[in-house]
Design a protein around this ligand. Structure first.
Ligand SMILES: Cc1cc2nc3c(=O)[nH]c(=O)nc-3n(C[C@H](O)[C@H](O)[C@H](O)COP(=O)(O)OP(=O)(O)OC[C@H]3O[C@@H](n4cnc5c(N)ncnc54)[C@H](O)[C@@H]3O)c2cc1C
Length: 466
């Protein structure tokens, strides 16, 4: 850090403390700042300051003071992002929304929750479930990620198959432009078509357009029951055909997760049940809804695959359900244990292209002589692709990183996208022009300019820094 920066750091911190901020809200020491310079991509930088407003008035004060010095602003939730979205520049200020964490209202009559951005996703789910209501988006990070982070990344989870992703539940937003002005979009109306849909634009905007300060979320009546089944197949093609057959037979699962053969081998030793040796692909299927419908659909699922599946296990109670989910939950830690320096992408392809992308990834894996482990959301085409690297062999990292470009090319050739849920951030910005034409990117950049003419809000994300 330059001497000029440390003078600026002290000056800004003092100014904020004089404006009514308490010391816990003004993070200005090197050690404490390291907690605000990382995310799940394992990048680490040290911002000039990290500020934690308690309310909108304080958020406005921060934007005003930062504006006077033309400082860059980096919004941050829990820092669990997987594309470097919240990673700050050294001359920028982190605005952490984690202290703005009130559930302001659960409007049971309209089935809408109004929340501040720092509310933890799982805590909202529990709060609404105590009222018999349901907030379906379920990113695996729900125990620690914030609703603000979920909205700006448009996070999804296993239940996206039936219910959709975070964006499908955002009815309205309030947000601050980097110049301190507040914008409002959306409302509690189910039908609302007045003007441009700025709510949808802010969803998935990765903190580059505005800082979200209030969120209106649609809720649903809680499903009466849920039934979980695990099905093992001898090939990915058989499993993909099974997914297709489910939809054609009017089975409406809330979740269809899949594990490929490498994933199965990684978790097999830790499983509380035995999988057949010939199991090449495992599907974890959940059906939810009224008791009678779930019973009928679960029976149909069993009938449909009793000959084709190598194994079907139905969970009869919550303990058994948890056991089946262990196959999926133990997977990420298991493969991270095998290859802590793996490269992890979250491509998505149209449903029908799943077998083809898996087969192309298998060929690529042979060509680059590195294992590629695939698992994820078979019901929505979002695949977590993990290129496994041995940290003791640096040549593997070079081959692995080169392979990422190929993975994206294969994905886009099949009509897919660079990211199903983790966003572009700074890790995929160099590949952004593979997916979109120059005119499309220019239109996106014009929108960015309209919101943030000085490029001070989360620069270097989505679009590469020039
Ligand atoms: C173990 C693990 C499992 C995960 N599983 C999933 C999964 O299943 N599905 C999934 O989609 N993701 C998953 N993620 C990724 C991550 O949890 C999500 O992207 C999540 O939405 C990020 O929330 P956050 O509060 O941590 O946001 P951060 O990481 O702090 O920020 C993410 C982005 O949002 C911006 N931002 C945050 N708050 C605001 C705000 N109030 N206003 C404007 N911009 C803001 C930041 O600038 C940044 O660009 C996982 C991550 C981990 C570590």
């Amino acid at each position: 850090m330059t001497e000029l920066s440390s003078i600026l750091r002290r000056e800004m911190a003092l100014k904020l403390l004089k404006s009514g901020f308490i010391p816990e809200q003004v993070v200005a020491t090197e050690a404490a700042l390291s907690c605000y310079g990382y995310d799940a991509t394992r990048q680490q930088t040290e911002p000039l300051l990290a500020l934690l407003p308690d309310n909108e008035k304080q958020l406005k004060t921060i934007l005003k003071i930062a504006g006077e010095k033309s400082l860059k602003i980096f919004p941050r939730g829990a820092g669990s992002g997987m594309s470097g979205g919240s990673i700050p520049a050294e001359d920028g200020i982190i605005v952490s929304l984690t202290r703005m964490k009130q559930i302001l209202e659960i409007d049971e009559d309209n089935m809408i929750a109004t929340v501040e951005p720092g509310v933890i996703t799982g805590e909202l789910q529990e709060a609404v479930s105590r009222r018999g209501l349901f907030y379906p988006p379920d990113p695996a990070s729900l125990a620690f990620s914030t609703i603000g982070g979920n909205v700006t990344e448009n996070a999804g989870g296993p239940r996206a198959v039936k219910y959709g992703v975070t964006g499908n539940f955002v009815m309205g937003l309030e947000a601050y432009l980097v110049n301190g002005e507040k914008i409002k979009c959306g409302n509690k109306c189910i039908k609302s078509v007045s003007g441009y849909d700025l709510t949808s634009l802010l969803v998935g905007s990765e903190g580059t357009l505005a800082i979200i300060s209030k969120i209106l979320l649609k809720l649903l009546p809680a499903p009466e029951t849920v039934k979980t089944s695990l099905l093992a197949f001898s090939s990915m093609t058989a499993a993909a055909q099974a997914v297709n057959a489910m939809f054609k037979q009017q089975i409406n699962p809330s979740t269809i997760e899949f594990l490929d053969q490498h994933s199965i081998n990684a978790v097999r030793p830790a499983l509380p049940f035995t999988l057949p040796k010939a199991a090449d692909t495992v599907l974890l299927v959940e059906i939810d809804g009224p008791e009678a419908t779930v019973k009928t659909q679960a029976e149909k699922l069993n009938r449909l695959f009793q000959d084709e599946a190598l194994l079907i296990i139905d969970a009869e109670n919550e303990t058994e359900r948890e056991k089946l989910w262990q196959a999926r939950r133990k997977l990420s830690p298991a493969i991270a244990n095998i290859a802590p320096h793996k490269i992890n992408e979250d491509i998505a392809v149209p449903l029908a292209a799943i077998p083809e992308i898996i087969s192309r990834l298998e060929s690529l894996s042979k060509e680059i002589d590195l294992p590629i482990v695939c698992f994820g959301h078979a019901g929505d085409g979002n695949i977590h692709v993990n290129v496994m690297l041995d940290k003791n062999d640096p040549s593997q990292a070079i081959r692995g990183h080169k392979a990422i470009d190929r993975i994206f090319t294969l994905t886009l050739e099949l009509g897919g996208t660079l990211s199903g849920e983790h966003g572009i951030g700074n890790t995929k910005s160099a590949y952004f022009n593979k997916e979109w034409t120059p005119a499309t990117i220019a239109t996106m950049q014009a929108l960015k300019k309209a919101f943030d003419p000085g490029n001070r809000l989360n620069p270097g994300k989505i679009f590469p820094l020039k």
